[in-house]
Design a protein around this ligand. Structure first.
Ligand SMILES: [Zn+2]
Length: 283
């Protein structure tokens, strides 16, 4: 594709410096000091243990904190977020990636789909923050990958596997809503890959994964900006060091804990409103 047919301006074109599309300084920044002070006063109000190769849904109210941890061993989680009152508003992985980068850090937001486009949650703690970027370009907590799913598995192998994250999330949402899987499947969406270590290969630009550095006791915490329904799948890939979409990897549960606090502790914070764009699209 390159080489002989490159035009005479190829060198100059490649030498042009890139510009960041969405400088983070232009975004409304979260008040992490306020969240931190609130978190210090929050008390645990509930927990859900997600079994290996399964998923579960749980509500997290605006102003509450959701901690996702590995209680027994290294395990990657695939996280979906919906507006609790309107499942059509859901986490928008692609726009979140465009705004914050391929992997999420403390202070980054999980943004919702159009037409609302608002922060659903803010990452406020991460015990894997030390990992940074490794020599392969690997980082943790990606918004690149979509979720393991039975369709891609069938495409590649011709086989049937029912415990991919997509199927786990679909079953969990069906159970939560009391609707058949056929009705809720389309609400399952691209995920935040919690604890997963991923990147793109330097030579071919292909999506790669490697064993997550997560250990027992590690966690992330998310602050719920609106009333949320969270869906979390304990990926059949375990630490995703080898493969997924099978029962071969060693898998562990994931623990979801919710922490709440008195409303006064969040003075100065308001749940974000949907986008103020008129929606006319010039029509
Ligand atoms: Zn998975």
């Amino acid at each position: 594709m390159t080489g002989d047919k490159a035009p005479d301006y190829a060198k100059a074109a490649r030498a042009v410096e890139p510009v960041v599309v969405y400088p983070e300084a232009a975004l409304p920044l979260p008040d992490l000091a306020l969240y931190g002070a609130a978190r210090a006063r929050a008390v645990k109000t509930g927990e859900v243990l997600v079994a290996p190769r399964e998923a579960a849904c749980l509500p997290v109210r605006a102003g509450q904190f959701l901690r996702i941890s590995c209680p027994e061993g290294p395990q990657v989680g695939d996280l979906n977020l919906w507006n609790l009152a309107d499942l059509s508003e859901r986490f928008y992985s692609g726009k979140t990636r465009a705004l914050h980068g391929t992997h999420l850090d403390v202070g980054d937001r999980m943004w919702s789909s159009f037409p609302q486009l608002r922060p659903l949650a803010t990452m406020v703690a991460d015990t894997l923050a030390w990992y940074g970027v490794d020599a392969f370009g690997g980082r943790v907590h990606d918004v690149i990958g979509t979720r393991c799913d039975p369709y891609t598995h069938h495409l590649l192998t011709g086989g049937e596997y029912h415990h991919c994250c997509h199927s786990n999330l679909t079953r969990a949402l069906a159970e939560w809503t009391g609707k058949p899987v056929s009705e809720v499947e389309s609400a399952v969406h691209d995920v935040l890959n919690v604890f997963m270590c991923t990147g793109f290969t330097a030579d071919t630009g292909q999506y790669f994964m490697k064993a997550s550095p997560v250990r027992t006791g590690d966690y992330i915490e998310l602050f719920a900006e609106i009333d949320l329904l969270a869906g979390l799948s304990a990926c059949p890939g375990g630490d995703c060091g080898q493969g997924h979409s099978s029962d071969e990897a060693l898998c562990y549960p994931l623990l979801c804990e919710v922490f709440a606090l008195p409303p006064a502790a969040l003075e100065g914070w308001e749940s974000p409103q949907p986008s103020g764009y008129s929606g006319s699209h010039g029509a």
